[in-house]
Design a protein around this ligand. Structure first.
Ligand SMILES: Nc1ncnc2c1ncn2[C@@H]1O[C@H](COP(=O)(O)OP(=O)(O)O)[C@@H](O)[C@H]1O
Ligand SMILES: [Mg+2]
Length: 369
């Protein structure tokens, strides 16, 4: 059984590592010769939109999935679907919605999931209207292609908005209210092609400069978890989803406000590799292959710390008792996710103490909230 994966980044690499014990084979498509998945699986190098390669991949594999959400929906629909082609999971409709922040917001509203106030911005006139109706402060984001805080600017004043408009112009934008949140959380769940669902404990996420820095789980009171599961279930059912789906939320006055969704395994779920009976990566594979889903029972209190920009010295990190290190084998670059490490501890206080030790080694100055 061969799983085709479009995108050979660290998420794809961890998918392959989770799939080998199940007896699965993998074929990746990625333009980069340095794709992290290439160290562990065969990678075909080419553009994500290459008609011949997409056709070939969807004939060679039993199922096609993706580890990056900015691949071309049009190319997938045109070249990778049809008779004698692999099933694409998660569904392309979910991918299309998640690629456009406006479509995503409309879906949340349609499904009764609380989200931020927003307006689509395509001109100076619609920008002015958005500022009037949504108000200040806010954030102006590109509708498409944003990730790790890229393509967005905080707006405190009218002058900020004009400046951001100059900087981001020529692509469709969305203006959102700025949410003065107490914390950020995310929920990760999986739905199989047979309709079975499982949900992971809630993740508590801390970002720096729009990039995820630390995740702790299980996190927050059980009513947050129940609310998040309810919202995620609506999305899973709406799409007739297969695979792992994530929703990120702001928590304000004890209530969940949906920020965005990701139709794939998620950085805030990396801790599940060591911290849960079945990882998000394994459950994604089980879900898209129609296999029974695995238990999401946590084995303790977990923390995941991202390694960003520069890899710390390996031995210094491994000194921390119980630490699990994941090095994606990427070239260092500012703001680039190069690896992560996970701690799984019997108590939350011990976990937080060790997580602070790790942060002091990898990002002095960043505090655990
Ligand atoms: N409307 C907002 N109010 C407050 N913080 C925000 C808002 N939008 C984004 N952020 C902050 O920026 C981070 C990244 O933004 P997000 O919309 O999730 O984009 P990305 O696709 O880059 O992850 C969020 O996790 C949050 O910390
Ligand atoms: Mg995000």
């Amino acid at each position: 059984m061969t799983v085709g994966v479009i995108g050979g980044g660290q998420l794809g690499r961890m998918l392959a590592l989770a799939g080998y014990p199940l007896g699965l084979d993998f074929l990746f498509l990625d333009p980069s010769k340095e794709a992290p998945a290439a160290r562990v699986a065969p990678v075909v190098h080419g553009e994500f939109t290459d008609p011949q390669l997409l056709k070939w991949l969807s004939r060679e594999c039993q199922v096609l999935t993706f580890d990056w959400e900015n691949i071309s929906v049009e190319a997938l629909r045109r070249h990778a679907t049809g008779a004698r082609r692999a099933r694409i999971c998660p569904p392309v409709t979910a991918l299309a919605t998640a690629q456009d922040r406006v479509a995503e917001k409309r879906l949340f509203e349609r499904l009764g999931i609380p989200t931020t106030r927003w307006q689509a911005v395509g001109s100076r006139a619609t920008l002015e209207r958005a500022l009037r109706e949504v108000g200040l402060p806010g954030v102006l984001k590109t509708r498409r292609m944003g990730y790790d805080g890229k393509g967005q600017m905080r707006i405190r004043t009218h002058a900020d908005a004009l400046h951001a408009w100059e900087r981001l112009a020529n692509v469709p934008l969305i203006y959102e209210e700025w949410v003065p949140f107490e914390c950020e959380v995310s929920i990760i769940g999986a739905r199989s092609t047979r309709g079975q669902t499982v949900f992971y404990p809630l993740n508590g996420n801390a970002h720096a400069n729009g990039i995820l820095r630390v995740t702790r789980a299980p996190y927050g009171p059980s009513r947050w978890h129940r609310a998040a599961i309810g919202y995620l279930t609506r999305c899973l059912e709406h799409f007739g989803y297969a695979g792992v789906l994530t929703i990120e939320f702001f928590v304000r006055n004890g209530r969940l406000i949906a920020n965005e969704m990701a139709p794939r395994v998620h950085n805030s779920g990396h801790w599940t590799i060591e911290g849960c009976a079945t990882s998000q990566f394994e459950n994604h594979l089980r879900a898209i292959l129609g296999l029974p889903l695995g238990s999401t029972r946590p084995s303790g209190h977990s923390a995941m710390v991202n390694l960003i920009g520069q890899m710390p010295e390996r031995a210094r990190l491994l000194e921390v008792e119980g630490l699990h290190l994941h090095d994606y084998g990427k070239q260092p670059r500012p703001d680039r996710k190069l690896g992560h490490c996970t701690l799984v501890e019997p108590t939350a206080s011990r976990r937080d103490r060790l997580a602070r030790q790790v942060l002091a080694r990898v990002a002095p100055g960043v505090r655990l909230p």
